[in-house]
Design a protein. Structure first.
Ligand SMILES: O=C(O)C/C(=C\C=C(/O)C(=O)O)C(=O)O
Length: 126
């Protein structure tokens, strides 16, 4: 299951349309052609308890996203999906960057062990 998980600080709440962002993330992942559409699960998690830097600025904000995938993709495939997702994030959150003290980051992580899975959504995309 490619899992896309984005965490965001709650002081960004009013500035974000995360459903539209997650839709675009899924479209980006599907367009790669190497991830099963029925396995893609994206979600956003609002952070209420966090500290940025030395904690002196309550207006500090951040967004961190992670794409978790199974093993087997080439380095080129992993680099391409990472580059495209971070480009989307940079573009999508450009207004946030202009308006707030803001840290944006992304990582790709591979599951180190086989995941346990049972998923009947795949049948829809066969
Ligand atoms: O292999 C994995 O665990 C991740 C994965 C796909 C998973 C599913 O399709 C699923 O859970 O149904 C992947 O393509 O990276």
């Amino acid at each position: 299951m490619p899992h896309f998980i984005v965490e965001y600080t709650d002081n960004l709440n009013e500035d974000l349309d995360l459903h539209r962002f997650l839709q675009q993330v899924n479209e980006t992942i599907i367009a790669q052609g190497c991830f099963p559409t029925g396995g893609i699960r994206s979600r956003a998690i609002k952070l209420e308890d966090y500290v940025v830097a030395d904690g002196s600025c309550e207006d500090d904000t951040f967004i961190h996203a992670k794409l978790k995938i199974g093993q087997g993709r080439s380095e080129a495939e992993k680099q391409k999906v990472s580059d495209e997702i971070f480009a989307l994030m940079t573009d999508y959150f450009a207004d946030v960057f202009a308006k707030h003290p803001f840290a944006l980051s992304f990582e790709l992580e591979e599951f180190q062990r086989t995941t346990y899975k049972k998923n009947n959504i795949h049948a829809r995309y066969k």
